[in-house]
Design a protein around this ligand. Structure first.
Ligand code: HEC
Length: 179
């Protein structure tokens, strides 16, 4: 019983297919071995550099640091102290200064000569209607500033760092000089 041409070609195909699968399987295995080898080499070289990179370690330490440090009594709490920024010293309240000193520092520029419509220091006519408003209004206008008919009086004469009491003293000094 000899193989028919048809049977012969079938076994030929089968042989080819078996060999083909063997080659493909071998290549896949080879590729997998190369991958493992690459990983092993990288683990001992490139990844070591990355892990030891100061920028990387710093970033990692920043990410994993506890959100909050708690001081525990009876334990070493120096880490808490180191991580706690020293509380900013409360801004010292601006010292209250005498009226004439404040006037010469912050008001004379305009009120000395009447720059920009400012009532001139010691000018009774200019100050009388203003004084008539009452000291409370004058203080308020001097501290908060205001836009009047004559011009713009800037808040605290532009020296917002001065204490309100210093401005009150300066207003009193100017008012007394114009009485
Ligand atoms: C940049 C110029 C300028 C400076 C500096 C300045 N003033 Fe005046 N001030 C004016 C002007 C202008 C007016 C008048 C505004 C108006 O009535 O139209 C005025 C008005 C006033 C009045 C009258 C307010 C009222 O209700 O009539 C007082 C009080 C006064 N200033 C206090 C002060 C004091 C105190 C200082 C300093 C701490 C000061 N000013 C610094 C421009 C200035």
């Amino acid at each position: 019983m000899s193989d028919s041409p048809d049977q012969h070609s079938t076994s030929h195909d089968k042989h080819f297919f078996d060999t083909f699968m063997l080659v493909i399987g071998g290549l896949v295995l080879f590729a997998f071995c190369l991958y493992i080898l690459a990983r092993v080499i990288a683990a001992n070289t490139q990844e070591q550099y990355v892990l030891n990179d100061p920028a990387y370690t710093e970033a990692a330490a920043e990410r994993i640091k506890p959100a909050q440090l708690l001081a525990v009594s009876g334990q070493d709490n120096s880490a808490v102290e180191a991580a706690t920024p020293a509380p900013a010293a409360p801004a010292a309240p601006a010292a209250v200064q005498a009226g004439d000193a404040v006037y010469n520092m912050a008001c004379v520029a305009c009120h000395g000569m009447g720059i920009g419509g400012a009532p001139v220091f010691g000018n009774k006519a200019a100050w009388a209607p203003r004084i008539a408003q009452g000291i409370a209004i004058l203080n308020d206008h001097a501290i908060k500033g205001y836009q009047g008919k004559a011009g713009l009086m800037p808040a605290k004469g532009g020296r917002v760092d001065l204490a309100d009491e210093s401005i009150v003293n300066a207003v009193e000094y100017m008012v007394n000089a114009a009485k």
